[in-house]
Design a protein around this ligand. Structure first.
Ligand code: ADP
Ligand code: MG
Length: 589
């Protein structure tokens, strides 16, 4: 194909789906720009048909990623010849974009909304970066190899040869110097002796993954700071987790917790189709927070794709792929990246809307037939890479209507992900946050911060307490023997003091492994010690009252400990308190 402009004109507009007549060649999946009122709107070619009205022409069907208000039949379309892609290079971190990598902070600082079609460079073109070369003239390099690096915050951002390059010879490369992303840093020739100029940045198609060097099983557990996750349902670097929950169950709050406290080099947030207000809140709040590992500003390890519900549906689909590609790019450089997507249901709905308009034969609940494959394809791009030492962890929320986990997106997510954190309506209603049901989760990580035996014992106690709770509600407390009631109170204590956590409390919100082991020690002591209450002339009912009072006191004390214990000595106090609790009760005997 030559360099002549290839154009077409709009012949039909149906929400974000348009058709255009063209006379040249058009490629499936290439991007196009539609000129509407002097603005350029981005679109992607979905299908190509012969034109029933003109034998010399063809018709393309495209989805438009931007607001089409004002578009008219006859508007000009220019085909770009490249697939949907993302600009990769230094400056990705600290950036906030919409789903198409248009920077939000520049385009609409007051309200973080974009004017459709307004364009600003995805990465700052003026900022200078300290480039240090790592290859010399005559060296052979290939796609993915580093030719140098620049410091980006605390990270060493490797400057890579674009991934689609074969083996090339370095013809020239600049020395150590300050450059911006528009400047050429090296020239290479490929096997056909064609010259290519390399800059700090390059464009990468987003729908096909950046390869792994050597894919590995996620093994190292991430300290997320969330107790119920780190104790019972841990996730490893490179793992995948689906996090479904009904509206208001705490999915977004949990994602924000992970974003603030999970230990990783880089966090990417794809805020996909959720409430606009939330996305704006994140932009404001996070800029002021500290990175738990370094004490730097949290934004220095982050980038955000803020694709709110007020933006066109098609952009949601693009945003998840763009975010994944940015994640893979940093994984390739050896970093541990966590991608948080909220919510993948909104992404799936974008696919549903599109396939509905295209007239595809619908699958269950009108989702496209291949939705399980599409979801699988998305999660499969996560993973650990032992070749680079990096990883991409993908944690996606799912918002099933009415909290029904049987619906297709939740089911397909369960099949696709290694871990599954189901948020329960009942627990959320009872304000038991985070509302992950301790009896309804899965994890694929065997290496937790505590031993398997301890973890099982904890679960067993929670399970038993749940059973006794049901017995109490069906046959009444009277019929439950005292020792069963004590067992129930132990489970309640573990649930209330350990599994539940206040996301908004500065100390309670995040628990690191050292503190987890102190907690686990206390829990195991409590579980394993028989607490024999003496009757002292009391009947069973009075005794149960006393048991409840004692446990209530302990829970209150423990809750205070969760929010107040900072110094080592205070932290060690938990173990003493539990011993005392057990002994005090024994002294009564
Ligand atoms: P979802 O995204 O599932 O619709 P949100 O994350 O917005 O739900 O949570 C709804 C509300 O529940 C929050 O505004 C907050 O008040 C409460 N909440 C959720 N999780 C927690 C938590 N871990 N600690 C304290 N409050 C929480
Ligand atoms: Mg939410």
């Amino acid at each position: 194909m030559n360099n002549k402009k290839r154009t077409g004109t709009l012949v039909s507009i149906q929400d974000s789906l348009v058709k255009a007549r063209f006379f040249d060649d058009v490629i499936m999946g290439e991007t196009a720009e539609i000129t509407v009122d002097g603005k350029l709107l981005q679109a992607e070619v979905l299908q190509i048909f012969p034109d029933p009205k003109n034998a010399d022409a063809g018709i393309v069907e495209m989805q438009v990623f931007e607001d089409l208000t004002g578009a008219q039949i006859g508007d000009l379309v220019e085909f770009k010849g490249t697939p949907l892609s993302v600009l990769l290079g230094p400056g990705l971190l600290t950036s906030i974009w919409d789903g198409l990598q248009n920077p939000l902070y520049k385009l609409g600082e007051q309200n973080a909304y974009l004017v459709p079609g307004s364009k600003a460079p995805a990465l700052d073109e003026e900022m200078l970066w300290e480039f240090t070369p790592s290859v010399k003239v005559g060296d052979l390099v290939k796609g993915g190899d580093a030719i140098g690096s620049v410091p980006e915050g605390r990270l060493d951002h490797k400057i890579l040869v674009p991934f689609n390059f074969g083996t090339c010879k370095v013809e020239s490369i600049i020395g150590k110097s300050s450059v911006n992303i528009t400047q050429v840093v090296a020239v290479v020739t490929d096997e056909l002796q064609l010259k290519h100029e390399l800059k700090l940045v390059f464009r990468q198609p987003v729908k096909s993954p950046i390869p792994f060097k050597s894919r590995a099983i996620p093994s190292k557990t991430i300290s997320t700071g969330v107790r119920i996750i780190d104790l019972l349902a841990p996730v490893g670097y490179g793992g995948t987790v689906g996090n479904p929950g009904p509206f208001g169950a705490g999915k977004t709050v949990l994602q924000h917790c992970l974003c603030k406290y999970a230990l990783a080099d880089i966090i990417i947030m794809a805020a996909c189709g959720e409430r606009a207000g939330e996305a704006v809140e994140v932009f404001k709040d996070f800029a002021e927070l500290e990175d738990p590992a370094t004490g730097d500003s949290l934004m220095n390890r982050m980038c955000i794709f803020g694709n709110t519900s007020s933006m066109p549906v098609a952009a949601r689909e693009a945003s998840v792929f763009i975010a994944l590609t940015v994640g893979e790019y940093y994984r390739y450089q050896g970093y541990n990246v966590i991608l948080l997507a909220d919510s993948t249901s909104r992404w799936a709905q974008a696919l549903r809307e599109r396939s509905g308009r295209q007239g595809d034969i619908p699958g269950p609940e009108a989702f496209p037939m291949d939705i399980p494959d599409q979801i699988k394809g998305m999660y499969q791009r996560a993973g650990a890479d032992s070749g680079t030492g990096g990883s991409l962890t993908f944690i996606g929320t799912v918002s099933p209507a009415g909290g029904n986990f049987q619906e297709p997106v939740t089911q397909a997510t369960m099949d696709a992900t290694g871990g599954f954190w189901g948020l329960s309506q009942d627990r959320a209603d009872a304000k038991k946050y985070p509302a992950i049901d301790p009896l309804a989760y899965t994890t694929s990580v065997y290496d937790s911060f505590i031993s398997w035996t301890d973890r099982n014992k904890m679960l067993q106690t929670l399970n038993e307490a749940n059973g006794i709770d049901q017995t109490i509600s069906t046959i009444g407390l009277k019929k439950v023997p005292v020792e069963k009631y004590v067992q129930y109170q132990k489970g309640l204590t573990i649930d209330f003091c350990v599994m539940q956590q206040d996301a908004f409390h500065e100390i309670d919100a995040c628990t690191r492994p050292e503190r987890l082991s102190v907690i686990n020690e206390a829990v195991q002591k409590l579980i394993h010690s028989p607490i024999e209450f003496s009757k002292n002339g009391m009947d069973d009912e009075e005794l149960k009252d006393l048991v409840k009072t004692k446990f209530d006191e302990l829970r209150q004390w423990w809750k205070d400990w969760n929010s107040n214990a900072r110094q080592e000595e205070q932290i060690a106090g938990l173990s003493k308190k539990i011993e005392q609790f057990i002994k005090q009760e024994e002294e009564l005997a």
